[in-house]
Design a protein around this ligand. Sequence first.
Ligand SMILES: [Zn+2]
Length: 82
Amino acid sequence: MLAAHNCRFKDCTHREEPGCAVFQIVKDGLISEERLDSYQRLTEELIFESKKSEIGLKRLEKEKYRKRSVDIKEYKKFMGKP
Ligand SMILES: [Zn+2]
């Protein structure tokens, strides 16, 4: 959680947003990828909950799972880990 307070974006994924403090910290190796991943799961749930009322639930769920699998793949590639 620590770095989240430094992040300027309310709906940030902390993965690739320019200027994201959390992303910068992971890049610098100050917190582990695993830790970020569990933190992101938490924030994604919160974002998901807040969007749920606006968009159709089924559509959003589909979107969510598709996007997550792609994101993690891209993220690991970027971090240089298998
Ligand atoms: Zn962020």
